[in-house]
Design a binder for this molecule. Structure first.
Ligand code: IDP
Ligand code: MG
Length: 149
């Protein structure tokens, strides 16, 4: 089953949106297989955002993501990588559609509340970066036959 890496960024934690955000993934029908509240090291944040290392916003992004606790999660389900990106919405919260997490709760691109892996391969490497195997728990929801055809 497909898995994706989701992080509620420090702004989402500080604004008290943890329950709201986790609830949206739960209500959709996805399964939480790993979760921890952590203040990431600079090394971890730089690896996570390595693809952006030459961008002008990289330093500020790493400063921000290491500024306080974030909620790192792994969610599982059919098509969860692309579906999570849709639940999250466009990178810029001002242009993100209402109904999406960024569209409903954000204004600035540098305070867009949540991260989600952008492809299946990215998800695999991000999950391996943030979690050890022992921190992930496979389980089957008893609602599975009501969620999947
Ligand atoms: P994504 O989070 O929607 O995948 P990316 O383009 O991968 O967006 O950018 C990673 C993160 O970097 C964004 O979520 C946002 O927090 C930050 N970011 C992207 N572009 C800018 C910018 O122009 N200014 C400030 N921060 C930015
Ligand atoms: Mg991205």
């Amino acid at each position: 089953m497909e898995r994706t890496f989701i992080a509620i960024k420090p702004d989402g934690v500080q604004r008290g949106l943890m329950g709201e955000i986790i609830g949206r993934f739960e209500a959709k029908g996805f399964t939480l297989v790993g979760m921890k509240l952590i203040k990431p090291t600079r090394e971890l944040a730089e690896k996570h955002y390595g693809v952006h290392k030459d961008k002008p916003f990289f330093g500020g992004l790493v400063d921000f993501i290491t500024s306080g606790p974030l909620v790192a999660m792994v969610w599982e389900g059919e098509g969860v990588v692309a579906s999570a990106r849709k639940l999250i919405g466009a990178t810029n919260p001002l242009t993100a559609e209402p109904g999406t997490i960024r569209g409903d709760f954000g204004i600035s691109i540098g305070r867009n509340i949540i991260h989600g892996s952008d492809a299946v391969e990215t998800a695999q490497s991000e999950i391996a970066l943030w979690f050890s195997e022992e921190e992930l728990t496979s389980w089957e929801s008893k609602m599975k036959t009501s969620i999947y055809e």
